[in-house]
Design a protein around this ligand. Structure first.
Ligand code: CP
Ligand code: NVA
Length: 310
């Protein structure tokens, strides 16, 4: 494992299989310590995390803040409108200034390139708190959840059903490629992540992972997990009507879970649009692990903060 200290956490593509396993092991360790009663550890006392969020957030915002607090950090949360960014100060100038005040920046942005720009001008680590392309904090929590559910990390099979070319699908493909999983993206052709998958050919060859893209919901058969996400991601609102039509037959409902089989768990990064991509009986049903998956955002956020900063 190359030293993680000081690195950005913008895309898991930049992380090796061993580095991802290290983060997952640390997350598991932190989680078990939390359950043994360790609510506070001053490993990052005196450090400051700045969060700049261009879009709403519940899980990412609260888990990062709670994680930082439990590690002794101070957190500043802002949106661009409250900063001079909202009046046209550039990302580069903002990054150069706040870099001199804080120890890390977590940003949720519309354009992935904004994170790259920020990281170019900030020496401190920049953490991707979701962009249009990727959501690497979520992927780490997803992998931890699957590891717990299946008691292994290798050889897992997961079907992502719905908007196959969104940030969540991409990050799942990356972590699956790094960990040697079979990732089936089941989505209407127009939303196939063909280009994105090509970026992962080297990883899949090395790990034996398999990224399969299909428009057939029969392909959920036999997987360890069925995963879905909203049909209309933040920033896509103008396409809402069209998307709701195209994705209708990709709804995760009881029938689709039956096709997958009783061994399959149901996953969702949340927030869910109940009645659209998933029905109440599935998300609230016995196969659903979505609350444990959400909980894991806390423990994985702590692992990321410690690894980049301690
Ligand atoms: N899953 C996730 O990132 O949720 P939020 O948008 O609430 O942060
Ligand atoms: N794909 C969703 C994920 C939210 C956590 C979005 O970008 O809105």
């Amino acid at each position: 494992v190359r030293a993680l200290k000081g690195r950005d956490y913008i895309t898991l593509m930049d992380y090796t299989t061993d580095e991802i396993k290290y983060l997952l092991n640390l997350s598991r360790d932190l989680k078990s310590r939390y359950y043994q009663g360790e609510r506070y550890n001053d490993i990052l006392r005196g450090r400051t995390l700045l969060m700049i969020f261009e879009k709403p957030s519940t899980r990412t915002r609260v888990s990062l803040d709670a994680a930082a607090t439990q590690l002794g950090m101070h957190v500043i949360y802002s949106n661009p409108q409250e900063l001079q960014l909202g009046r046209g100060e550039t990302i580069a100038d903002t990054a150069r200034v706040v870099d001199r005040f804080v120890d890390a920046i977590a940003a949720r942005v519309y354009k992935h390139e904004s994170l790259i720009e920020m990281a170019k001008y900030a020496v401190v680590p920049v953490i991707n708190a979701l962009s249009d392309k990727e959501h690497p904090l979520q992927a780490l929590a997803d992998a931890l959840t699957l590891w717990e559910v299946r008691s292994r990390l290798e050889g897992l099979r997961i079907a992502f059903v719905g908007d196959g070319d969104n940030n969540i699908a991409h990050s799942l493909m990356i972590i699956g490629a790094k960990l040697g999983w079979e990732v089936r993206i089941i989505s209407p052709r127009k939303y196939w992540p063909t280009k994105f998958a090509e970026l992962l050919t080297e990883d899949t060859r090395r790990t034996g992972a398999n990224i399969m893209i299909s428009d057939n919901t029969e392909d959920v058969r036999g997987v360890d997990a069925v995963y879905t996400d909203v049909w209309v991601s933040m920033g896509m609102e103008t396409e809402a009507e069209e998307r709701k039509k195209v994705f209708r037959s990709y709804q995760v409902n009881a029938e689709l879970m039956r096709k997958a089989g009783p061994q399959a768990v149901f996953m969702h990064c949340l927030p869910a649009h109940r009645g659209e991509e998933v029905t109440d009986d599935v998300i609230d049903g016995p196969q659903s692990v979505v609350w444990d998956q959400a909980e894991n955002r806390l423990h994985t956020a702590k692992a990321v903060l410690i690894s980049l900063l301690a």
